[in-house]
Design a protein around this ligand. Structure first.
Ligand code: NDP
Length: 360
């Protein structure tokens, strides 16, 4: 399953650890390495060496590494912390969990691990930033955070249709990630919604598992590349249904089908399926950064030299820049790299002491 930075808490996956505690914003924190880490200057202002924005696998891995390097990071985790994995059930492709793990449990464990080494996690959404000079400034719920360096790990959010039934059945047959959940639909009939490259790629991928994949698109022309469309047309397991809008996902405890409307005739129909993959695109969570950092033509942040940005001291990790791999494990790896780069940069500025070889 993937990581999403903005979703609501899931209705599945037993949470063993409280993920939602509201830590105050302005208190200093004692760290595993000793002493209060974060200077509090009063009047809702906090100063620190490193702020990590985001708390999916990229943000929390950055926090684990930074904390173990004595950077005493503050993580502005978002009001719905944990990222896209909070919206998933079984995660079977994150290395180290041979029997799989629930997405929320994995994120709760990462959070505990980050806190254990002295990261301070604060469950607030950031409102705006000012990266014009150092210390960089970030505002969130009435507090101004001043940081010598920042790691942006705000992720991307899968777009959803916005149906109540879709929200209710998420993790119960509704998914936005074929790589993560395709395996659960072995020998089942499923639907993919969308007409872009993501939809066609996911439909093709899902034929490895499903007996049949119905591609449902609201128009009769596709944004997807011709080669992807041609491949799908020829595929014996894929049936393309143009001009159909999904009105409702059917089922109580799990997906049992979809109710469709023909956009040309208005005719309604039902299609029985066991799973529905929503593949209508992603939106990187970049709103607060667009005035300061480069954004590519798809809206994702642009990185230089692995994790750097155009602002010295501001680093980027995870799905907020990566529209290619979009996996929890690649986001985590990115967070690690960003923390190492931030630490080395702070050291070069004389702000952080050189990390020992064992700090990582
Ligand atoms: P796109 O924006 O290209 O396509 C989104 C699709 O979803 C469109 O067909 C759109 O329909 C449909 N859609 C959007 N909103 C709704 C809605 N509310 N209800 C029903 N349908 C909806 O997004 P993708 O994620 O497919 O691709 C994003 C970018 O990533 C593209 O540039 C793509 O080329 C690239 N990509 C490349 C891949 C590759 O090369 N292997 C794989 C995946 C993505 P409509 O057309 O009517 O607007």
């Amino acid at each position: 399953m993937r990581d999403d930075k903005n979703g609501a808490a899931p209705a599945f996956g037993g949470l063993a650890i409280d993920f939602s505690g509201d830590t105050g914003a302005t208190t200093a924190v004692a760290t595993a390495t000793g002493g209060p880490s974060t200077a509090t200057t009063g009047a809702g202002r906090v100063e620190t060496k490193l702020v990590v924005v985001g708390s999916g696998p990229a943000g929390l891995t950055a926090a684990i590494y930074a904390a173990r390097s004595n950077l005493e990071p503050i993580v502005l985790a978002g009001s719905a912390p944990g990222g896209q994995l909070m919206l998933t059930s079984d995660v079977e492709n994150f290395p180290g969990f041979a029997d799989g793990i629930q997405g929320p449990d994995l994120m709760a464990a990462m959070r505990v691990q980050a806190e254990r080494f002295g990261s301070q996690l604060i469950d607030v959404d950031i409102e705006r930033v000012d990266f014009s000079s150092r210390p960089f400034r970030i505002w969130a719920r009435g507090t101004e955070y001043r940081a010598q360096s920042v790691i942006v790990a705000t992720g991307a959010s899968a777009l959803w249709l916005g149906l109540d039934s879709e929200t209710r059945l998420r993790g119960r047959g509704v998914s936005a990630c074929a790589t993560c959940d395709g395996f659960f639909f072995r020998d089942r009939e499923i639907a993919v919604v969308g007409g872009g490259d993501t939809a066609f790629e996911e439909a093709t991928y899902l034929t490895r598992f499903a007996t049949k994949v119905h591609l449902l698109h609201r128009r009769d022309t596709f944004r997807a590349s011709k080669i992807m469309v041609d491949r799908a047309i020829k595929h014996p397991k894929i049936e393309i249904h143009p001009n159909l809008a999904v009105e409702e996902i059917l089922g109580d405890a799990k997906v049992e089908g979809v109710r469709l409307r023909d956009v040309k005739t208005g005719a309604e129909s039902r299609l029985p399926v066991d799973g529905v993959f929503i593949a209508i695109g992603y939106e990187p969570n970049t709103a607060a950064f667009r005035d300061w950092l480069e954004v590519d033509e798809k809206g994702y942040l642009v990185v230089h030299d692995e994790t750097g940005s155009k602002v010295d001291g501001v680093f980027i990790a995870g799905d907020v820049h990566d529209h290619r791999y979009r996996q929890a494990v690649t986001a985590a790896a990115d967070g690690c790299k960003a923390a190492i780069d931030a630490e080395r940069w702070l050291e070069s500025q004389g702000i952080a002491e050189a990390a020992t070889a064992t700090a990582w």
